[in-house]
Design a protein around this ligand. Structure first.
Ligand SMILES: Nc1ncnc2c1ncn2[C@@H]1O[C@H](COP(=O)(O)OP(=O)(O)OP(=O)(O)O)[C@@H](O)[C@H]1O
Length: 407
């Protein structure tokens, strides 16, 4: 069962918003509504967030992200549609029940995290627990534990004014963690941080997530951040969700021109993995293949090198075109196998890793699973074209991406 389930969620601002719902149902668009003095901030949003998932909502300013997350945490009542949490319909709860639900189930991290200036960092971290009526000693303990999780061990006694911006944002994260809720809503939580600290926070969130397994709805206008963090990403435009998918799906199968333009600039080397670009290992031979047969196969597949793989699917080495040509000319029967220089990679390796591994060699990469068995190959030409951005008429971008890969 999904933890968060939104069906046809719609929010219209303005007088008599139900009018807007009817207009949309009758085929009017956002501009028609605007002419009537109505703003359709979110239109017909349907998605679900699974337990333990980081689900990212990504869109430009004004696309409706904040309105969407405010409906999820109950700060705004939807004009239409339903929202379920852990299976319970929370769309029209009474204010008291809504407060209770928010306090126990959901915590929020905002972009500009307001710490209480006259309270210590520890008290700030444990603030949600104070609201819940927990005694001081237990609160302090929970606060310290949460601070340790975000790398602020020992800072509990300091005042917020002694912390840098990045550290304050960590306290925000600690507060959400100390609350102990299963669901965390993060609204542009890292957007105000400078790039290095932002990346550190993203890494930390991923690490924490692998330990704690929270259900996280993360909002951002930054596509690279979305791709780094999101197991699935919902792309929003003008109030509508235009695509939901993994980073790879959004890069490789953009639902429309808007999404493909959006992803044209993304650093594909960090997002695509060996598993997504590998090919079926067809140009592969067994150790007992004769040089002539190997030579023929090489020409057929227009490759300079073949992987040699045993019955157990483990890679034994590689044969090169020049060695084979010599062997054929000299009439040798055994394969001129070379075991050095065979790059074996795992399906999870990113293209940036692969590019580094293959930079020194013209050979295809062998993709092997945990047991060491060959599951795919990546010919060099495939690697280079995967590194290229979607638009082929922009050769400069290819070089830029490759340079990114070498860094
Ligand atoms: N309380 C409100 N009353 C009227 N219109 C609103 C209200 N809140 C948001 N809007 C409008 O709804 C649309 C979506 O806004 P929203 O803040 O959800 O977008 P966003 O993607 O979060 O953008 P940003 O990143 O700039 O906050 C915008 O056109 C905005 O002007």
């Amino acid at each position: 069962m999904p933890v968060i389930e939104a069906t046809g969620l719609t929010k219209i601002f303005g007088r008599r918003p139900q009018r807007g719902v009817r207009m949309l149902a009758e085929g009017s668009d956002r501009d028609d509504l605007r002419r009537e003095g109505l703003t359709a901030a979110v239109i017909d949003a349907t998605f679900n967030v699974q337990a333990g998932e980081i689900f990212v909502v990504m869109g430009l300013s004004g696309s409706g992200k904040s309105t969407l997350i405010r409906m999820v945490n109950g700060l705004l009542e939807p004009t239409d549609g339903t929202l379920r949490m852990d299976g319970e319909d929370v769309t029209h709860l009474s204010p008291a029940r809504l407060r209770e639900m928010r306090r126990n189930k959901v915590s929020m991290v905002f972009q500009h995290f307001a710490l209480l200036p006259h309270r210590t960092v520890g008290e700030n971290a444990a603030y949600a627990l104070q609201l819940r009526g927990m005694n001081k000693a237990d609160r302090q303990k929970a606060g310290e534990e949460a601070l340790a999780l975000v790398g602020l061990k020992g800072w509990g006694g300091h005042m917020p004014s002694e912390l840098s911006g990045g550290m304050r944002q960590r306290v925000g994260l600690a507060r959400a963690l100390a609350a102990g809720t299963d669901i965390m809503l993060m609204d542009e939580a890292f957007s105000a941080l400078d790039p290095l600290i932002r990346k550190e926070m993203q890494d930390q969130l991923l690490e924490l997530q692998s330990e704690l397994g929270k259900t996280i709805l993360f909002i951002t206008h930054d596509l690279n951040e979305a791709m780094r963090l999101g197991e699935r990403i919902a792309m929003m435009r003008d109030g509508r969700i235009v695509q939901v998918g993994s980073a790879e799906e959004i890069l490789n199968e953009p639902a429309n021109d808007y999404v493909s333009q959006f992803v044209a600039d993304v650093d594909r080397t960090r997002v695509l993995t060996a598993g997504t670009v590998m090919e079926r290992p067809v140009a592969v031979i067994g150790p007992n293949t004769g040089p002539k047969a190997a030579h023929r196969l090489m020409r057929e597949h227009q490759t300079h090198a073949l992987l040699v793989v045993g019955k157990d699917r483990r890679v034994r080495g590689m044969v090169w075109e020049e060695d084979i040509a010599d062997a054929v000319r000299e009439g040798t029967e055994t394969l001129p196998l070379r075991s050095e220089g065979v790059a074996q990679v795992s399906p999870e390796d990113s293209l940036a890793d692969l590019f580094q591994r293959s930079a020194a060699s013209r050979a295809p990469l062998a993709v092997v699973n945990e047991a060491g068995a060959l599951v795919g190959i990546i010919p060099r030409v495939t690697l280079l074209s995967a590194l290229a951005p979607p638009s082929p008429d922009e050769p400069g971008a290819l070089l830029k991406t490759m340079a990114g890969g070498i860094r």
